[in-house]
Design a protein around this ligand. Structure first.
Ligand code: NAI
Length: 302
């Protein structure tokens, strides 16, 4: 089988001045993509002086013969999102791939979290993804081709103490992915998401011994696959870390049609309602699918 190449394809990667985004940018560029490297941050060079983190990654890509352009707009406003997509159009003339990766943390136990911490995280992760994706999605829809990879997190999908703002935003990205998958499928646009674990500045000091096994570049092969024309999945979310990839999916128990639809009826049937039989689980692929499952269950008792 041939290698997965991106020659002629244009990718936008947000928050690509370091960590996971940088690794994705290098991987796609190595495989022939023209990459718009977006990041608002600064990073230190060999002499310690600070300059645009995104420009440093562009320089790295160009140094090894790749093609890249820089953008330093913030994802967190509609104007920023538009400017990022416009920058890719100006530099390379089209947009085929968007990797929503930019991120920040403002962790605190929920009872102590202030509104500035909530706004900052929702603005970058959730609104940021919406603001960059919308202009990109419009272009992709028109051209009949696109690949969107968003960065969710186990924090939002499974929960993590102290991350009410972040977890809510990251669960939102899984929801966005499901909806875009449905809206894009008739137009050649696939949307998928990853929930990574990687040793970056964001996780510095909290991964313990695992840190050595989960480099950022161990996540990028999955991103490259999901960003490729050959990607055969749509609306999926994958756990990815250190070369392990697993699908995370939303399922539903078989459920119960309550004989008495009362609070007491719920209490008395809770065990059956909650009972997980993985083989018997439904996996609704859309709200329509879910409605069909509900209608079928009700029709079987009427
Ligand atoms: P990182 O901190 O190294 O990279 C995030 C980048 O986003 C930074 O370079 C930062 O300057 C940039 N950024 C922040 N706000 C921005 C904005 N408004 N506009 C543009 N760029 C902005 O962190 P890491 O670990 O590489 O994270 C990448 C993504 O992966 C994030 O969305 C993070 O939430 C997610 N993630 C990371 C995990 C990990 O284990 N490292 C776990 C789960 C999710």
């Amino acid at each position: 089988m041939s290698d997965l190449r991106f020659d002629g394809r244009v990718a936008i990667i947000t928050g690509a001045g370091g960590g996971l985004g940088r690794a994705h940018a290098l991987e796609l560029a190595r495989r022939g993509a023209m990459v718009l490297v977006n990041d608002i941050g600064q990073s230190p060079g060999p002499d310690g002086t600070l300059s645009s983190a995104a420009q440093r990654v562009v320089d790295e890509i160009i140094a090894v013969g790749g093609q890249a352009a820089v953008n330093v707009d913030s994802v967190s406003t509609p104007e920023g999102g538009l400017a990022i997509v416009d920058a890719a159009l100006t530099a390379f003339g089209r947009v085929d791939i968007l990797v929503n990766n930019a991120g920040i943390l403002r962790d605190k136990a929920f009872h102590k979290m202030d509104s500035a911490m909530i706004d900052a995280v929702i603005d970058v992760h959730l609104k940021g993804a919406l603001y960059v994706t919308q202009p990109a999605f419009r272009l992709m829809r028109e051209q009949g081709y696109g690949r969107i990879v968003s960065t969710s997190s186990a924090s939002g999908l499974f929960g993590n103490f102290g991350q009410a703002n972040y977890g809510a935003a990251k669960a939102g990205l899984a929801g966005l992915t499901r909806v875009l998958a449905l809206e894009g499928v008739g137009h050649g646009v696939c949307a998928n998401a990853i929930a990574p674990i990687a040793a970056t500045q964001m996780t510095h000091g909290i991964l313990g011994d695992l840190a050595d096994k989960v480099s950022p570049d161990s996540v990028s092969p999955l991103v490259a696959y999901l960003a490729h024309e050959d990607c055969a999945v749509n609306g999926h979310v994958y756990s990815v870390a250190g070369g392990r990839v697993a699908r995370i999916f939303v399922a539903e128990t078989v459920g119960v049609v309550l004989p008495q639809n009362t609070a007491e009826g719920v209490r008395d049937h809770l065990e059956m309602i909650d009972q997980v039989d993985i083989l018997g689980c439904h996996q609704p692929s859309s709200l329509d699918d879910e409605t069909t499952i509900i209608a079928k269950a009700l029709s079987e008792v009427s």
